[in-house]
Design a protein around this ligand. Structure first.
Ligand code: PLP
Length: 358
């Protein structure tokens, strides 16, 4: 296997892929695949419940929060959040730090007035605003932000303080990467295809007092309370994603949990930033305090070399390093399942490339 720096769907732990392969034809001696069983069977329900419990353990999720296993991707949450969380109010605060914030903002505008509490667009989204720079409104139904911008590689180094207004976070690309205090949030959502598992599953963690009041016309499938009441089985859930997420959560526990993976993530990121900063040939534009541990964009001094960089990296077994199509350059996504050896191989390759081509 090669090293995979894809932003998503992203690298999965080899151990988990092998376990899923071994179990796929005959799950625990039942003579069936877990993928062939009813989601309401005792077997599947045990898989589903264990996955939820493991996630609760890993993130220390308080009892007054529901954990939902949904479909529709993080993108569906861009509308599901306002449909459920406006609760009689007509505005929400949004912090704009890049492409994913903007998409969430555009969707929310269909349902409410959006107050931009801060935007870093003027500096080309190369930092996150500080707490002092946020202009929050007391009328807001909630405050939405993107703790880690997957494309820009900008990560908040603090959790915004919102004076009791529910805080909503799109943690698609940094959930489970470092410890967080869930009780600071009203709602957390994440598409699974980075740190949780395969595409097709979306995890929502929501404080239970925020449930039960939706905008008129909200589809049943967009009502959190419906999913919460049915343990995410109002209809057929994304059974494969949920199953595989469960294996990942167990793998993460075996690694020592979020604290341990966080130390590894920090080390991986620091190594790569150090390599970029030590060179005149590579550059990363993000303010030091807001550099992402998960997604590290970088440019070459000569963009004409981008193509050959990608080609030679591919040949060296370092895959999916091209930057997002909207920004170009390179991007190394180094999620939980990307081993430190991948970062070592990448920094070695970068040094070699600079020497021979730079
Ligand atoms: N939000 C963030 C921060 C992302 O990185 C992504 C990327 O995939 C999305 C939202 C969109 O997620 P999905 O494709 O699951 O709708």
């Amino acid at each position: 296997r090669k090293f995979n720096f894809s932003a998503g769907p992203a690298a999965l732990p080899e151990e988990v892929l092998a376990q899923a392969r071994d179990e796929m034809l005959d799950w625990h001696g039942t003579g069936l695949s877990i993928m062939e069983m009813s989601h309401r069977s005792d077997e599947y329900v045990s898989v589903a419940q264990q996955a939820e419990q493991d996630l609760r353990d890993l993130m220390a999720i308080p009892n007054n929060y529901k954990v939902l296993f949904l479909q529709g991707g993080a993108t569906s949450q861009f509308s599901m959040v306002p449909l459920n969380l406006l609760r009689g109010k007509t505005s929400a605060d949004f912090i704009n730090t890049g492409v994913w914030s903007k998409k969430a903002i555009a969707e929310a505008k269909r349902y409410c007035n959006v107050n931009i509490a801060a935007s870093t667009e003027a500096n080309n989204f190369s930092s996150a605003p500080t707490q002092q720079e946020l202009t929050l409104s007391s009328e807001a139904a909630y405050v939405h932000y993107t703790p880690n911008e997957t494309i820009g590689g900008v990560e908040f180094d603090y959790v915004p303080e919102t004076n009791g207004v529910p805080l909503v976070a799109d943690m698609s690309s940094n959930i489970l990467s470092r410890p967080i205090d869930v009780s600071k949030f009203g709602l957390i959502y994440a598409g699974a295809q980075k740190n949780i598992g395969p595409a097709g599953l979306t995890v929502v963690i929501v404080r239970d007092d925020l449930l039960g009041e939706t905008l008129p016309g909200t589809p049943t499938m967009f009502d959190y309370a419906v999913h919460a009441a049915a343990d995410s089985m109002n209809n057929t859930p994304p059974t494969f994603g949920w199953y595989l997420a469960g294996l990942i959560f167990q793998w993460l526990k075996r690694q020592g949990g979020v604290e341990a993976i966080s130390a590894m993530n920090q080390r991986k990121a620091e190594k790569l930033y150090a390599a970029i900063d030590a060179s005149e040939f590579y550059a990363n534009p993000v303010a030091i305090a807001n550099r992402s541990w998960m997604n590290i964009p970088f440019t070459l001094a000569d963009a004409a070399l981008d193509k050959v960089f990608i080609q030679e990296a591919d040949q060296a077994g370092l895959l999916n390093l091209q930057g997002h199509r909207s920004v170009g350059g390179m991007r190394a996504s180094i999620y939980n399942a990307v081993p430190e050896a991948a970062v070592d191989a990448l920094t070695e390759f970068m040094a070699h490339f600079e020497k021979t081509r730079g």
